[in-house]
Design a binder for this molecule. Structure first.
Ligand SMILES: C[S@@+](CC[C@H](N)C(=O)[O-])C[C@H]1O[C@@H](n2cnc3c(N)ncnc32)[C@H](O)[C@@H]1O
Length: 363
């Protein structure tokens, strides 16, 4: 097919068409690189390379305890992606220190490689999502067998890096109150790492995590037991239907509102669960409710992709609102106000650039 087949009656700019074709090829190639980065993260290859001088594929494979043939092919992909440097004479590979900052676990919240695990997870549901385009509806959480593991990997890096030192201090006086001892509920807690981290840091406070995933709650309980925490508990609860009333001084929600079937119901339930004067602290995806404002976000396509293939879909799968990952701060703020919260503040946080942090109060 030629370009004239596509638009026979309009003239097209061949240079623009060619330039765009180049962009599509770059997208295609970068998508392949994302899969390889995900594998590099999961196999620990970036962590191995971070500690190595220039090394052959054999040396890298031995140091990582992996199969040399696969490691060699992966190194070639990472070389063509300009992630790894290659010396053709010595046939050695090297991960520049500047690249290791974004790719190794030692970098904590600066490790961006962990994000690519979402891309490969989404690939698993592509056939089912294609079917949703034809039939509408959505998918159950069970369609994503790796979801909780992947989510905990991504959020764990952010939480470890920022929760105690940056996020909790966003609410004035909260850290002091946590030190003295208050009641805290985390809704949609997933594998519960945020709850366990807070419980360890504030032994005088009492923490509960609710999630409707039995698998995730099981993990959360196991981690609390391993850490010997006596002030952290977890329950399988649909948070939009929870009946808790006036029980908590702090309710948190980390990336756990927009993908719910009934996000307005969940916010209303969080409001009801708080004591008067209590604080609601929620992290949710940094985006505007207006598409045009999101064009400048470097990971804007990712936001709408993860929405189409997970966050919107799991909500629609429960006949829910399907708000989507890019519901944005305007809609979030108005829904918080609609639930009864006052003094809603929307915070941007340098240490955690993917989310906005909402601090609100129950009057
Ligand atoms: C995007 S994950 C975030 C998990 C966790 N807060 C984190 O940051 O890792 C959203 C979580 O909300 C849970 N969830 C969704 N709808 C829920 C509901 N109605 N009641 C309880 N949990 C729900 C999911 O099972 C999932 O664990």
């Amino acid at each position: 097919m030629t370009t004239t087949d596509i638009a026979p009656r309009t003239s097209i700019d061949p240079a623009a068409a060619e330039e765009f074709a180049g962009r599509v090829l770059t997208i295609f190639d970068n998508a392949a690189a994302a899969l390889m980065i995900s594998i590099g993260h999961q196999t620990g290859l970036f962590d191995t390379l971070t500690g190595l001088r220039p090394a052959t594929s054999r040396d890298v494979a031995d140091a990582a305890g992996l199969d040399e043939r696969y490691v060699r092919e992966w190194l070639k992909a990472m070389t063509t992606a300009r992630v790894v440097g290659y010396d053709p004479e010595a046939q050695t590979y090297r991960l520049p220190t500047e690249h290791a900052v974004s790719l190794s676990r030692a970098s904590g919240p600066k490790n961006l490689a962990v994000l690519t695990t979402f891309i490969s997870m989404l690939g698993e549901v592509e056939p089912a999502i294609v079917e949703c385009f034809r039939t509408g509806g959505g998918l159950p959480y069970s369609a994503y067998p790796r979801f909780h593991e992947t989510m905990a990997g991504v959020s764990g890096a952010a939480v470890d890096g920022a929760l105690l030192d940056v996020l909790l201090p966003l609410a004035p006086g909260l850290v002091d109150r946590l030190r003295r001892g208050i009641d805290v509920l985390d809704v949609g807690c997933g594998r519960g790492h945020a709850v366990n981290l807070m419980a360890g840091a504030f032994p005088a406070s009492r923490f509960i995590g609710y999630d409707f995933s039995e698998e995730a709650i099981g993990w959360a309980r196991d981690e609390a037991a391993e850490l010997g925490l006596t002030n952290a508990g977890f329950e399988v609860v649909d948070v939009a239907r929870m009946r808790d009333s006036g029980r908590y001084d702090l309710v948190t929600a980390f990336d756990a509102i927009h993908d719910q079937a009934d996000p307005a119901g969940a916010l209303a339930a969080a409001f009801r669960a708080l004591r008067s004067g209590g604080t609601f602290l929620a992290g949710d995806v940094k985006a505007s409710s207006n598409l045009e404002d999101n064009l400048g976000i470097p990971w804007g396509t990712y936001i709408y992709t993860v929405s189409t293939m997970h966050c919107m879909s799991v909500s629609l799968g429960l006949d829910g609102a399907g708000l989507g990952t890019g519901w944005g701060h305007q809609l979030a703020s108005s829904m918080l106000a609609g639930a009864g919260f006052t003094d809603v503040k929307v915070n941007e946080v340098e240490a955690e650039p993917f989310n906005l942090y909402y601090v609100a109060r129950k009057p």
